[in-house]
Design a protein. Structure first.
Length: 102
């Protein structure tokens, strides 16, 4: 069943499990917002989301913290920061697996 008004939210994904994110978007009848999540040559995370796709919207970040756990978690923190800097109305993390939950 498609979401009635997909203009008020954005689905975003990191590199941890992009296939899961695509399947969630398909199930909701929408698509993933455009963005870039990469690593610089020195290993730092670079995250950039299109302000038009994020600004004034409720953002849902789909990012499990599977192996490598610390890299996935740092990527998630950087994604949250990028959404806030791009003007997101709210940021909600959807993490089907949280590595530090023990």
């Amino acid at each position: 069943m498609p979401i009635s008004d997909s203009n008020d939210f954005a689905l975003l994904t990191g590199n941890s499990n992009p296939e899961l994110s695509k399947r969630i978007a398909e199930r909701l009848g929408t698509s993933l917002a455009p963005g870039t999540v990469q690593k610089f040559a020195d290993g730092e995370v670079r995250c950039e989301f299109d302000a038009d796709a994020v600004s004034g919207k409720h953002c849902y970040l789909i990012q499990p913290t599977c192996r490598p756990v610390n890299d996935s978690l740092m990527e998630l923190v950087t994604m949250i920061s990028a959404c806030r800097r791009a003007g997101a109305l709210s940021v909600t993390v959807v993490s089907p697996y949280y590595g530090y939950a023990r």
